[in-house]
Design a protein around this ligand. Structure first.
Ligand code: ADP
Length: 174
């Protein structure tokens, strides 16, 4: 990469949107990578009415994210409703970051990126791959493991593991 394009990236404000129900070490791997590349990173919980009933409220997910990124000075956490590109424009972000784990993510992610590109060509999507250890991790898998009494300590930060187990107990499924 040339010196000038490196400089361009460092000036960027990136938005990493997602459901984050629950936050995993895979998500955080992407957050850390993006925080070293972009000047500023906003991680935002999408209030997605199309998704199945979440385990945690948006406020709870924001809180867990805040605790997880507290050591990263250029990262902030927010939530939004509606279109990602509209939120990106509102906060002045010019990049949308998404994680790509496997080919199975690719089709949906590319479709979203193309749609966002046509809605606002000034905002570009950047895909980042996590460390191989996280490439099989998903929020739904972690919830499934926890539900059946499995140990999730390897997959989520400690404060998330605790909240996850407590929530499942509250719901009477553990
Ligand atoms: P969404 O409903 O927006 O897909 P998710 O919380 O499932 O929300 O994922 C948010 C983003 O994080 C997506 O780009 C997804 O591909 C990525 N992601 C999820 N899990 C991982 C992981 N283990 N490693 C890397 N990226 C991940």
């Amino acid at each position: 990469m040339s010196h000038s394009s490196q400089h361009q990236l460092e000036r960027g404000h990136a938005l990493y949107p997602g459901t984050f129900d629950v936050l995993t070490l895979g998500h955080l791997d992407i957050v850390r990578r993006a925080s070293t590349i972009f000047r500023r990173l906003t991680v935002a919980v999408a209030q997605n009415p199309g998704k199945a009933a979440p385990l945690f409220t948006v406020a709870e997910r924001v809180e867990m994210l805040r605790e997880a990124v507290a050591d990263l000075a250029n990262v902030d956490v927010a939530s939004f409703e509606g279109l990602t590109v509209q939120f990106a424009r509102r906060i002045g972000a010019n990049v949308i970051v998404r994680g790509l784990r496997a080919v199975s993510d690719f089709e949906f992610e590319l479709q979203m990126a193309m749609m966002n590109e046509s809605l606002n060509p000034e905002i570009c999507t950047v895909f980042m791959a996590p460390a191989p250890a996280y490439s099989f991790l998903s929020s739904s898998l972690v919830k499934e493991i926890a539900r059946f009494g499995g140990d999730v300590a390897e997959y989520v930060p400690p404060h998330v593991a605790e909240k996850l187990i407590n929530r499942l107990k509250e719901n009477g499924v553990r």
